[in-house]
Ligand binder design. Structure first.
Ligand code: ADP
Ligand code: MG
Length: 407
């Protein structure tokens, strides 16, 4: 990688500020998926075992700069102490007099979790004073929050102006997996792309057309492609303002000789409801009063057959409204197909919050080469954008200078 990581620093006796992405889904105060907490463990264990004092920080949800009791990190602290097998203490605020007192009590090998950073509007505003104050808590900064790296916030970017900044192990793994995908994927490289809308994934589609040998389209976004071809989509989700863009993508694929595959059959239902009556129809026979909710069995089989040839697969976006069990078969089958390709030696990468949730839900996450924890961040990385949190890390050839060594 082009940046320094925790493995390049002697952290013994150092106070280390770790920015992790512990933004887990909560249901009434209960964590429904602890993937992000578990993904943060390797870096924490690495630092603690080497005698660092860890000051851990994260955001949770969107409190918009105000204290919100429903978005306190207490459930995260509890889960983290279970996973680490030791009590995890917390502060009542991310910053303030109590924080320094708590930090002064810490010893080498201790960990302290700061309260939700986004209770302070200064965090997302990347206020220089707030960033400097966070920096004063520690000697070294570690960014392990790949999922927040596309944002220039105080704890992801501002703080790096004051402390030597290195990557955590998760950050390293995420960037490594995605950069390999873009730089030297084993070919054929096939992308499966789905989800709700074309509009949110136009740039990614463009990049994929320039790198892949085939792009398999499913989910709601396929409807816009089919509509652009003049097909009747009934009540399906179609983005009227994206028809031209869809046409452009089709032309671009043809010009580059990339196989752009669209569904040939679909599952339709009169409404999005778990007891709605479904039927399978050809894409040119979608009834006016029905909407497309999943790819059909012929499409699933054709996509699966095509993926057998791939040496690299990137999957982003579910194939249907997978939140409803009876519309989830296309997505579930895709997860099983991609997992089977991994077993056959294909490099498989799953990115995107919802597609990852689907894979996790099926218990197939550890059967993929890499499952990205960074939804929006992984898309932006693939689009070729610079992620501020990654750009702010020390380059490999930089020297690590601690403030007091400098004095
Ligand atoms: P990801 O988070 O994996 O990148 P997106 O956020 O782009 O995926 O899209 C996920 C959403 O797309 C899901 O909520 C799913 O219900 C929705 N979706 C998929 N297929 C359809 C469809 N045919 N009609 C409406 N919504 C769909
Ligand atoms: Mg999503």
């Amino acid at each position: 990688m082009d940046f320094k990581t925790v493995r390049d620093v002697d952290v013994r006796g150092r106070r280390v500020f770790v920015r992790a992405d512990l933004n887990v889904p909560l249901d009434d105060g209960r964590i429904t998926d602890d993937t992000r907490i578990r993904a943060s463990l390797p870096t924490l264990v690495h630092l603690l075992e080497r005698g660092a004092t860890v000051i851990l920080a994260s955001h949770l949800g969107r409190p918009k700069g105000k204290v919100n009791d429903a978005l306190r990190l207490k459930p995260v602290a509890d889960r983290l102490s279970q996973l680490l097998g030791r009590p995890v203490r917390m502060t009542g605020d991310a910053l303030g007099p109590g924080v320094q007192v708590a930090i002064d009590k810490l010893r080498a090998g201790d960990l302290l979790l700061l309260e939700n950073l986004r209770f302070h509007a200064d965090e997302e505003a990347n206020s220089p004073e707030f960033a400097a104050a966070l920096a004063r808590l520690a000697d070294l900064y570690v960014n392990d929050a790949f999922g927040a790296a596309h944002r220039a916030h105080a704890s992801t970017e501002g703080i790096t102006h004051h402390l030597p900044a290195v990557a955590g192990l998760l950050m390293e793994r995420e960037v490594e997996a995605l950069s390999r995908l873009l730089k030297k994927p084993s070919r054929p490289f096939h992308a499966v792309i789905g989800g709700a809308k074309v509009s949110g994934k136009l740039e990614v589609l463009g990049v994929l057309l320039s790198r892949c040998q085939a792009v398999l389209v499913g989910g709601g976004m396929a409807n816009t492609f089919l509509a652009a071809r003049g097909l009747e989509m009934g009540k399906s989700l179609v983005e009227a303002d994206q028809l031209l863009n869809a046409e452009r993508m089709v032309t671009e694929a043809r010009r580059r000789r990339v196989r752009l595959m669209l569904p040939t059959d679909v599952v339709v239902a009169p409404q999005i409801h778990h007891r709605a009556k479904t039927q399978v129809v050809a894409v040119n026979a979608v009834p006016k009063d029905q909407m497309i909710v999943d790819i059909g069995p012929d499409t699933r089989a054709a996509y699966a057959a095509h993926l057998v040839k791939a040496r690299t697969i990137l999957w982003n976006g579910p194939m249907g409204v997978f939140e409803i069990a009876q519309f989830a078969e296309g997505t579930n089958q895709m997860a099983r197909v991609v997992a089977a390709r991994t077993a056959a030696g294909t490099v498989t990468i799953v990115g995107g919050g919802d597609s990852v949730a689907a894979v996790e839900g099926l218990g197939l996450a550890d059967r993929m080469t890499h499952v990205s924890t960074g939804g929006g961040a992984s898309l932006e990385y693939i689009e070729g954008k610079t992620l501020p949190g990654v750009a702010a890390l020390l380059p490999v050839d930089a020297e690590i200078v601690f403030a007091e060594d400098d004095a």
